[in-house]
Design a protein around this ligand. Structure first.
Ligand code: ADP
Length: 314
């Protein structure tokens, strides 16, 4: 199947730049420490998921905002290079592009992160409505990074054209509550599911957790369970999708790779079960490489791994 047979996906969320410094010991207040390494990475869950959707073969457009600065220009170039439509990524004149300052303490491996969303918080409801009208997406995938009014406008305008809304309730899942009754599909990881349900979620009780979340409104619920894969509750039916066994080196971007591959399969006309089957493969492949953007897998690699898994089962 070619990209032409797949309907468009609109992905909304943050496009950030991660500035990562490695230090032996994190500085205390007023202290300066000399670090051993520094690197700049593209990030933001919205951008990661847009790249994952595009690499999974769906025509992809991004709804977002960047500042009028060097980071903004670099991130827009990253998205353009993936063939993503950036016509609905605004350039804000005064707010900076989203940035995360990340200090990694080598001794303990702990991160300390200062995150400034900047321009992402300026995406207005009118921009969301305009993007939906322009792109006519079959699937809209959003995180909770945009402000609530914008998410509400996105859901309403998508439903008005008969599209499907997938909400990834991240980074702060409680923000999803007002939207739960209006969602076609909710995607959460174990921690996010726990925060929404107020009870512990494990691979053992994942199916019950997905059904409990479905009772809050979404027609379909996906709970990703790290190395244990994912469960899907769809119209009272549940199915588990074990993650393929891989040697995980870095789990950054695993959830975003899952979600992008999932959305692309829906745009291809697949049901949520077929979408989750591809999602777990994409998530697992993402853990085999370091970094977010570089580790996000392509459609051909996902399908090749799926085929080899079904050969093993045959
Ligand atoms: P998040 O990154 O949002 O916390 P998860 O940790 O649930 O999301 O991971 C998403 C998907 O990535 C899982 O469903 C699984 O397919 C894959 N995955 C994550 N961690 C591992 C791992 N250690 N080994 C194999 N697959 C993994």
């Amino acid at each position: 199947m070619t990209t032409n047979d797949v309907r468009p996906v609109l992905v909304a969320g943050a496009i950030n730049t991660d500035l990562v410094a490695r230090v032996a010991k994190a500085p205390a207040a007023g202290e300066t420490v000399t670090g051993s390494a520094f690197a700049i990475f593209g990030g933001g869950k919205g951008a990661n998921q847009a790249i994952a959707t595009a690499r999974s073969g769906a025509p992809t457009a991004m709804l977002g905002a960047l500042g009028d600065d060097d980071f903004g220009r670099a991130r827009r170039a990253d998205l353009d290079a993936e063939g993503i439509d950036t016509g609905s990524v605004a350039r804000h004149e005064t707010e900076p592009s989203g940035v995360a300052l990340i200090v990694v303490e080598e001794g303990t491996g702990q991160n300390r992160i200062s995150y400034v969303p900047g321009a992402t918080l300026t995406i207005r409801p009118a921009q969301a409505r305009h993007a939906v009208k322009r792109i006519q997406p079959a699937v809209v995938l959003t995180t909770l990074e945009p402000v609530p009014e914008t998410i509400a406008a996105l859901i309403e305008s998508t439903h008005a054209i008969g599209g499907m809304v997938v909400l990834n309730a991240s980074p702060e899942p409680h923000g999803a509550r007002p939207f739960l009754p209006d969602l076609d599909i909710l995607v959460v990881n174990e921690t996010e599911a726990e925060e929404l349900l107020g009870t512990e979620v494990t691979p053992e009780n994942g199916r019950e957790a997905a059904l409990s979340l479905a009772k809050l409104g979404p027609r379909t619920v996906v709970v990703t369970l790290g190395p244990a894969g994912a469960v899907v509750a769809h119209e009272a039916e549940t199915q588990s999708f074990p993650a393929p066994q891989v040697t995980a080196v870095d789990t950054t971007g695993a959830g975003d790779s899952f979600t992008g591959a999932f959305a692309a399969e829906l745009a291809r006309g697949g049901d949520p079960f077929s979408a989750a089957r591809r999602g777990v493969v994409a998530g697992s492949l993402a853990t085999t490489k370091s970094g977010a953007y570089p580790s996000i897998p392509h459609h051909a690699d996902i399908e090749a791994m799926l085929a080899s898994l079904s050969d093993e089962q045959a």
